[in-house]
Design a protein around this ligand. Structure first.
Ligand code: NAP
Ligand code: G4F
Length: 348
């Protein structure tokens, strides 16, 4: 039975990856942070009581800032594959916590790579790199595009990217970076813009909010569904050789278009409900991300299966149910009775 160690297992991607690996027959070891409240909501449905027989999901306390524990986990578990998904993953927050973001996202990766090197285990390593590293490089961005990071988060992830490449070359480690473009879904954190919007739609329909406050509506992103992207992570570690890959759909939308798609799902005009709060503007913005994932399609045979419209649909339907207890039909009916509280319309 193959063994996988997953950092960031309680996150969006970690939870989907855990499901995928368990379905493929892996024994999965996840690293979780100690918190004063439960932080395992996304993996509760696959959690197994350790006292049951044939348990294949094991959780261990750990933190990317704690190198000695990472070393202990790698040495004792001896995983065949390691997926490093843990990160302070919010670009906006990284401007407020640049030092912490660097400690976790950059140095945390080095701590894990060092743990592997020192333990001498024969393992394959996946690093969660990001399209943010491209910054304002011309679109579409491929593996050959220049890196021009525009945030502390992107700079930290670029450090981790080069560290991964260096350990591959220096120590002959099967270590790869997946340069993943934005991927979303029903489990996306509620402070990322897509989920903030679909969650906001649900709260407005439920009468809990009368406006949704956003920042830059002009940003263009290449949004896919996280379930497709964790499959790409796994495929990269099954390849014959360690190669970095760009993963994305190639299709782009503005934040404004995402608003339109989500609000029109329930028959509302987004311009009546969305307001601009400059607090959400970033000191430097990444304006246009579009993936050229030709290499992944050619070498790995990877392609996305969930399109933009289906993704938005799934997120809106999920949030209407979770937040308002409504199905789409009843939500649309309820939305006809809503009246906007005379908001100033943002510039279209
Ligand atoms: P996410 O939902 O924010 O999950 C981040 C995970 O990292 C959570 O499990 C979190 O634990 C954990 N974590 C944070 N700080 C940690 C620390 N100091 N030590 C140990 N664990 C820590 O992120 P995601 O969307 O699943 O993304 C997964 C990875 O892919 C991240 O590295 C992200 O930067 C990268 N990435 C994401 C995207 C995307 O569009 N989603 C695109 C490219 C790259 P808690 O649950 O306790 O907070
Ligand atoms: O949803 P976002 O916060 O995602 P962002 O910054 O693109 O980063 C995400 O994708 C990266 C891959 O490219 C990952 F590496 C990273 O970990 C993360 O998952 O913001 C998307 C766009 C930005 O241009 C932002 O300025 O939406 C804009 N935006 C407008 N209003 C907003 C808001 N973003 C957030 N979070 N909140 C707003 O109110």
């Amino acid at each position: 039975m193959p063994l996988a160690l997953v950092t960031g297992i309680t996150g969006q991607d970690g939870s989907y990856l855990a499901e995928l690996l368990l379905a493929k027959g892996y024994e999965v070891h996840g690293v979780i942070r100690r918190a004063s409240t439960f932080n395992t909501e996304r993996i509760d449905h696959v959690y197994q009581d350790p006292h049951e027989p044939d348990v294949r999901l094991h959780l261990h306390y750990g933190d990317l800032t704690d190198g000695s524990q990472l070393a202990r986990l790698v040495r004792t578990i001896e995983p065949d594959e390691i997926y490093n998904l843990a990160a302070q993953s919010h670009v906006g927050v990284s401007f407020q916590q640049p030092e912490y973001t660097g400690n976790v996202d950059a140095l945390g990766t080095i701590r894990l790579l060092e743990a592997i090197r020192e333990a001498g285990v024969d393992t394959r390593f996946y690093q969660a790199a990001t399209s943010e590293m491209f910054g304002d490089a011309p679109a579409p961005q491929s593996e050959d595009s220049p890196f021009r990071p525009r945030s502390p988060y992107a700079a930290a992830k670029l450090y981790a990217y080069w560290a991964t490449a260096n350990y591959r070359e220096a120590y002959d480690l099967f270590a790869v970076s997946g340069i993943l473009f934005n991927h979303e879904g029903e489990r996306r954190g509620k402070t990322f813009v897509t989920r903030k919007i679909t969650h906001g739609v649900a709260r407005i329909v439920a009468g809990l909010d009368d406006a949704l406050y956003l920042g830059n509506l002009d940003a263009v992103r290449d949004w896919g569904h996280a379930q497709d992207y964790v499959r790409a992570m796994w495929m990269m570690l099954q390849a014959d050789a360690p190669v970095d890959y760009v993963i994305g759909t190639g299709e782009t939308h503005t934040v404004r278009e995402f608003c339109d798609a989500a609000f029109s799902h329930v028959g509302l005009d987004w311009r009546d409900w969305v307001r601009i709060d400059p607090a959400y503007y970033r000191p430097t913005e990444v304006d246009f991300l579009q993936a050229d994932a030709t290499r992944a399609r050619r070498d790995l045979g990877w392609k996305p299966e969930i399109g933009f419209d289906e993704m938005v649909h799934r997120m809106v339907v999920h949030d209407l149910d979770a937040e308002a207890g409504l199905d789409l039909e009843r939500a649309r009916e309820q939305a006809t009775r809503l009246r906007p509280s005379a908001p100033p319309r943002p510039t279209p």
